[in-house]
Design a protein around this ligand. Structure first.
Ligand code: 5GP
Ligand code: MN
Length: 326
């Protein structure tokens, strides 16, 4: 059962009072961002709300198999909303242009998330750092409110849970996560299909990108790193891809304590961080203007690849040097 916090009732009341609603999520959306977005949008639609779902750049092609993914708008330039719900976004920058529009054109804002670095923006916060995915928090809200769980909503939420836990493998996966997964499966969510479409597939282009990026791989004193250049991305035809995959792969190296992948963007660098249990990369990312979880975090730094490496790698080494805190 979700805790009986005032936030749950405040959120239910705010939803009951609203007719027009915007649901939004974070830029470069992953499975939990889209799963939570579609799950929340679906549940609100079934309550008879007028729902707009939007996230910058829209649903990535690999998540288009989720039911109703076509409802998600890639841009938002019109509309006034009684209520906006931001999902899986730790701070205001993270909800991108859709979020900026939504904040300016919504009477109230609910912030639903599971990042410990969440800045608690919005009027009502449902922030549960113990939840392994934002989809869990959405499930808890539906459960608290005793709303019906349709197959489509369950499908989307299970996709969020499966992707954020990497198939129930990450250390934060709890027995509660499995209970929720069970309830979602009982509501009709197809676990095997979700696994097959998310974790157990990749494009050849993605592996070709890894082939290039792995040539830059370095391991020193427990810090493993690799670089993805714009050139690599262009050659692989993957200029829009977000890469959680490579950094997850690198942190599994036995001798690695912390893994960093630097991805070059036109005028900035996206930094993905992962840690073995006992090391906190969430704090490191937060200090650099980003955020995330203890073991998986990221930030975007203005400037060149070299500047990003010069800034992040010494901090990574310092983190490892300070020793296992757990
Ligand atoms: P990834 O490395 O898969 O892009 O992100 C890992 C984790 O870090 C995710 O939980 C994600 O929400 C968080 N994260 C990644 N980049 C940023 C960022 O620029 N800002 C914030 N606040 N969080 C980020
Ligand atoms: Mn998430």
């Amino acid at each position: 059962m979700p805790p009986a916090e005032p936030g749950w009732q405040a959120a239910v009341d705010a939803i009951a009072d609203a007719r027009t609603m915007l649901v939004a999520s974070h830029v470069s959306p992953d499975g939990d961002a889209i799963g939570s977005l579609l799950g929340m949008a679906g549940a609100l639609g079934e309550l008879g709300k007028v729902v707009t779902a939007a996230v910058d750049e829209g649903v990535p092609a690999e998540l288009a198999f989720l039911p109703n993914s076509q409802i998600v708008l890639p841009k938002l330039t019109r509309g006034e909303f009684d209520l906006m719900i931001a999902l899986d976004a730790g701070d205001i920058e993270r909800i991108g242009q859709v979020g900026q529009y939504g904040l300016a054109h919504s009477r109230r804002v609910i912030n639903i998330d599971h990042h410990p670095t969440n800045t608690r923006f919005g009027d009502i916060q449902l922030v549960a750092p113990e939840a392994v995915a934002t989809a869990e928090v959405v499930f808890d809200l539906l459960h608290y409110a005793s709303w019906q769980l349709s197959r489509d909503v369950a499908f989307a939420l299970l996709a969020g849970l499966v992707t954020d836990t990497q198939g129930f493998r990450i250390s934060a996966t709890s027995s509660r996560s499995l209970e929720i997964a069970q309830a979602l499966m009982e509501a009709g969510a197809p676990l095997a299909e979700i696994m097959a479409q998310t974790l157990n597939r990749r494009s050849f282009a993605e592996v070709a990108l890894w082939q290039k990026a792995l040539q830059s791989m370095r391991l020193r004193d427990g810090l493993i790193s690799a670089v993805i250049t714009q050139n690599d991305l262009n050659q692989a035809g993957l200029d829009k891809m977000t890469d959680g995959g490579l950094v997850n792969y690198l942190v599994d190296v036995d001798a690695a304590k912390v893994a960093v992948v630097f991805k070059e963007l036109p005028t900035a660098v996206e930094v993905s961080l992962r840690a073995k249990p006992g090391y906190d990369v969430g704090r490191l990312a937060f200090a650099l203007g980003g955020g995330g979880h203890v073991l998986a975090a990221g930030c975007t730094l203005a400037g060149s690849l070299q500047q990003a490496q010069e800034r992040v790698l010494p901090l990574g080494r310092k983190l490892i040097g300070a020793g296992d805190s757990g």
